[in-house]
Every structure is written in C-alpha cells, then in structure tokens.
Design a protein around this ligand. Structure first.
Ligand code: PHE
Length: 359
C-alpha cells in the first residue's frame, strides 16, 4: 500500500496550523504544490510503483493534491478576512491630533459666486430654487410670451432632444414653475421672492466671451405695487455686496418678450476698466443683467392676475459675474477642467485646520 499521500496530508495539516499570515500560506503552497513541491515528488515516485497499483496510487496522490488545494484556499480566505478586520480596527482608532495632510480640493469659481449671491439674496428674503437643465418648449418659450416662429427664438437656438425636450437656454425657463409654486404667497398677502441659478445651453460660436454652456441666475419678485425702482434697488444692493466696491452701471432699453419694459443692465468692464478688451468686445461695458417688469402674459400663464400684481425679473449672467469678479479674461477657462486655473479662487485658509484652532 502506498502510504505517502496520507503522511503528506498529516504533515500539511500541522504546517497549515502554524501558518499565521497569507505570506506563510503562500510558502506552503509552493512547498507542496509547486513545480518542485511534495506532490510533484510523489508523482515522480509513481514510476517505481508496480503497474497494477499505479492507478490506486495515482488516485491517492490526486486526492491529496485536491485536499491541499482546498485547505490552502480556505486558510487564505480566513487569513484575508482577519487581516482586513485588523486593518479596519486600526484605522478606526486614528490619532486626531495628527495634522491633516491631504490635498484639500477647491470650489469652482462659479460655485463661489453662486454661493455668495445666494446668501445675499437669502438675507433679503428670497427663496433659492433649483430647476432641471432639461425642459420643454412650453416652459422655455411659450410660457414666456415667445410663441412659435417669434424672432426672439433665433438668439436662443439650443440642443433639442428626441423626446420633444430641450436643454434650457436661460434660467427664465423656470419662471412659470416657480411662479405657480409660490402664487399662494400672494393670496396670503406675501410677495413671491425667489432666485434660481442654473446651467444654460445655447448653440453658440465659442470665443473669449461666449460659451455654449454657461450659468445664469434668475430672480423674480411679484407683489402688489412692485415697480422698476424696486428692481434697481435690488440690483444695486447685490452688485455692491459682490464687488465690495463702487461699480459703474448703466441701464439701457432691452427687448425680451417676457418683460415690459425691458432693460439691459451693463457694468463697466472690470478687466480693462472701461478702456476696451477682448472680454468686453472692446466696448468697455459688459451686459451683466438683463431685466425688466414681468410681462402680463407671463403672469397670466402662471395663473396670476396682472391687474392685481406686478413684478420684476432679472437674469444675471453668473459666468460673466465670475469673470468680472475674479478678472478671468477668457470664458473658456470655466469649462476647461484646468485645475491649475480653477483652484486659485478658493480661500484655502478656510480649510486650514490651524486657522480653525486659532479661531
Ligand atoms: N432670459 C433672458 C436671457 O437669457 C434674460 C432675462 C431674464 C431678461 C429676465 C429679462 C428678465 O437672455
């Protein structure tokens, strides 16, 4: 009887018990199953076994081989789990007094400007609303007094989806939804005040001051007796807060089917100081905030009686504002994904743990 496979199993069992990490088990695998291992050695010995016993002996060797393979796999699994557990336990008790040594991220400049504006408007009683980037013809145009074939649509060509939907060309696309959402305010004697920032899309030839994907922030206020002076007040307050200095602005008539009267609020280019540069198309002025009194048809479309209520709307160019505030001369930087450019604007001391300790 060929006993060696049985003996080998016993030897393996003992050694396996002593192997306490995955490295030791790997050693065992080489020792027993490797090219020059014990199993291979037994195979060689088969040559010396008489023919009639070869089959039985071969079977025994194979069984032993299989047994060792299974044991190794099981032991490896056990040890891996134990090692993972140890690692988790070790990381759970980390040293809180150690300095943080990770590369902290930064905010995108448009996010920074958006957050700043949101807190300014929140302090003035405005709600901050979100709206989808995909909308439909009704919300983007019809509800805004821009019927089919109106020439105002030419300036707002966009990306149309096969589902009869489109990517919104301006944040005004949310006006109808937001007006409807808050119109019960009016019934209870309160104004509608909301801002809704968002990403907009247009079929645009890209250059230093035009992008096909950009951000706007829309604002609306509706109540009894809202007038242009309310609009001008909010615009001025907002701009002086954002720039923390006197900004030269000008208001000129502008046409948008959803406001009447409509204006263009321009600010003097902060990049060239009004002398003319590529960002302001050499005019010294930048269109920053088209605005106006909400057209009665828009109020009616949202179920609000224009005889009783009036309101203003503005569509602030958030991307433009970020360009002005951070003196970025080329709009293409914002969507470039260039971290070297984009990470400069976050005040890193905000994240600095030492500055928190001092505070
Ligand atoms: N939605 C307009 C645009 O993107 C801007 C605008 C908003 C004009 C609100 C007036 C009032 O061109």
């Amino acid at each position: 009887m060929f006993e060696k496979p049985e003996e080998l199993k016993k030897i393996f069992d003992e050694k396996a018990k002593a192997a306490e990490d995955t490295g030791a088990v790997e050693q065992l695998r080489i020792e027993f199953l490797g090219k020059k291992g014990f199993i291979q050695g037994l195979m060689q010995e088969l040559r010396n076994i008489p023919n009639e016993k070869k089959k039985e002996a071969g079977q025994k060797i194979n069984e032993t081989k299989q047994f060792i393979e299974e044991q190794i796999a099981r032991r490896l699994e056990e040890l891996k789990k134990a090692e993972e557990r140890k690692l988790i336990e070790a990381t759970e008790s980390y040293d809180e007094s150690m300095p943080v040594n990770v590369d902290l991220g930064s905010y995108h400049p448009i996010t920074l400007v958006r957050c700043e504006l949101e807190s300014i408007f929140l302090s003035m009683g405005f709600a901050v609303e979100d709206y989808s980037e995909i909308t439909d013809d009704y919300n983007c145009f019809e509800a805004l007094n821009i019927p089919k074939h109106h020439p105002a649509r030419d300036m707002q060509d966009t990306y149309y989806l096969s589902t009869n939907q489109l990517l919104k060309t301006h944040t005004s696309a949310a006006q109808n939804t937001i007006l409807r959402k808050y119109k019960s305010n009016l019934e209870s004697g309160n104004p509608i005040r909301a801002i809704f920032p968002g990403r907009c899309f247009r079929n645009e030839k890209i250059d230093a001051c035009h992008e096909n994907t950009f951000f706007q922030m829309e604002g609306i206020m509706v109540d009894k007796d809202i007038s242009i002076s309310n609009l001008i007040y909010f615009m001025k307050t907002m701009l002086s807060e954002v720039f923390q200095k006197d900004i030269t602005v000008r208001l000129r008539p502008g046409f948008f089917p959803f406001v009447e009267p409509g204006f263009e609020l321009d600010i003097q280019c902060l990049i060239c100081g009004g002398e003319g540069c590529s960002s302001c198309k050499d005019s010294g002025w930048l269109e920053l905030c088209p605005c106006g009194m909400i057209h009665p048809n828009v109020l009616t479309a949202a179920g609000i009686d224009p005889e009783q209520y009036t309101g203003f709307a503005f569509g602030l160019g958030l991307t433009r504002l970020a360009m002005m505030k951070y003196e970025v001369g080329d709009i293409r930087v914002f969507n470039s994904g260039n971290l070297k450019s984009l990470s400069q604007f976050t005040d890193k001391s905000f994240f600095d743990p030492d500055s928190i300790k001092e505070a």
